[in-house]
Ligand binder design. Structure first.
Ligand SMILES: CC(C)(COP(=O)(O)OP(=O)(O)OC[C@H]1O[C@@H](n2cnc3c(N)ncnc32)[C@H](O)[C@@H]1OP(=O)(O)O)[C@@H](O)C(=O)NCCC(=O)NCCS
Length: 360
């Protein structure tokens, strides 16, 4: 049996042709295309097509109108439940029984509907239980615009751009916890709804999808403290980590941080000045304290600022992440379907030796 690695860190479980984080060059490529070439050039739905189908067209087509019942306003819980439910309601076939074309059609339909359900759940969380007229939603030209129309009944162009950029930057990033989950479930031959719903469950934990929620309070703390240097120094002296800095994969600046910083500046984020100042002070202080490590800005820091431009409350960050990851998850589900191999790792038994029941 091979060496035990807690958390499977560094264990290569799959080969993939989908995303390539270039850890030393600070680049991220989707099927070979640098994300810097995508942002602002094609909308998220075409990136969905590139990732899932290796071509932007037709990409993620608009959702057919779907009214989700019994939403709670807790977006990850709503998404997980409704997505699982859709498998039964739509009578989806199991991956092992359907063609690649059918699986891709199911994933396209599910992804578009999940984004719609996230918007409906956000609307319920705002206390508004009257859905937006489907005719209004259909006027949206992009997935981000339709999402905002379905949530708020209106779509400010700046908010659309903020969400579109965030969705593109976070659409796929190799084998994290939720993508691994999607592949494990796909490997059992389950239907696409079961795969995507399980991935949402994995994403709902704060260690995976919720970090942006912790960045904004830090920015507020820095602004209130008067001295950003003093604030950062105090945090580090008390043994806390600076949210939005450091990364397991990148040993250079996270390219997504660069793109999202540019977007926050272009869109006139009211928090841009304090965020930039905090970033400058944090990088200098982390470098001073850990000269041997590269502790650069990661995707979560500027994601929080960009989502804030679109007035997305921090509690909605995991659901926003789930919307973008419908692309990466779908691509990996297809790759796993083609691989056709059940995921079945081993556990080393370290419990008690054989003993009689009476001794327990
Ligand atoms: C993302 C993260 C888990 C990556 O961890 P990693 O590269 O494996 O680094 P480690 O956890 O092994 O930390 C290495 C050292 O750098 C320090 N360090 C790493 N990130 C730090 C941060 N954001 N603030 C302060 N110190 C940090 C650690 O305290 C540790 O110091 P030590 O060697 O004295 O114990 C880590 O950088 C972190 O916790 N960042 C803050 C949370 C965050 O932004 N999460 C979103 C990630 S996309």
């Amino acid at each position: 049996m091979s060496e035990f690695k807690p958390g499977l860190e560094g264990v290569v479980a799959f080969e993939t042709e989908i995303a390539e984080p270039d850890r030393d060059g600070g680049a991220l490529r989707y099927r070979g295309v640098d994300i810097e070439e995508l942002v602002g050039v094609v909308p998220f739905e075409k990136v969905w097509g590139l990732l899932v189908d290796d071509r932007p067209e037709p990409g993620l087509t608009p959702a057919e109108p779907y009214r989700a019942d019994g939403l709670t306003g807790n977006a990850p819980a709503d998404l997980q439940a409704v997505t699982a439910h859709l498998g039964g309601e739509w009578g989806l076939g199991q991956l092992i029984d359907i063609s690649d074309g059918q699986a891709e059609a199911d994933l396209r339909r599910l992804s578009a509907t999940m984004i719609s359900v996230a918007a409906q759940s956000a609307r319920v969380a705002d206390g508004n239980h009257v859905p937006v007229d489907p005719g209004v939603i259909a006027q949206g030209r992009t997935a981000a615009e339709r999402f905002l129309l379905e949530w708020r009944g209106e779509a400010d162009p700046k908010h659309v751009q903020a969400i579109d950029t965030y969705w593109i930057c976070t659409a796929e990033h190799g084998l994290n916890a939720s993508t691994f989950t999607a592949r494990v479930v796909a490997s059992t031959g389950a239907d696409c709804a079961a795969c995507l719903s399980s991935a949402v469950g994995a994403l709902s934990g704060p260690l995976h999808g919720g970090a942006p929620a912790r960045v904004l309070p830090m920015l507020d703390g820095a602004a209130a403290a008067g001295s950003v240097e003093g604030y950062v120094g105090n945090l580090l002296d008390s043994g806390e980590r600076l949210m939005g800095f450091g990364h397991r994969v990148y040993r250079a600046e996270d390219p997504r941080a660069r793109l999202l910083r540019d977007t926050a500046r272009k869109l006139g984020s009211p928090r841009f000045a304090v965020a930039e100042e905090l970033e400058r002070v944090a990088l200098a202080e982390l470098h001073r304290r850990k000269p041997d490590r590269v502790l650069a800005t990661n995707v979560e820091f500027w994601s929080a600022v960009v989502l804030d431009v679109a007035d997305i409350p921090p509690r909605l960050a995991p659901a926003m992440f789930a919307c973008s990851r419908t692309a990466g998850w779908s691509a990996h589900i297809m790759e796993q379907k083609r691989l056709g191999r059940l995921v079945r790792p081993a556990a080393r038994y370290v419990g008690p030796g054989a003993r009689p029941l009476a001794s327990v």
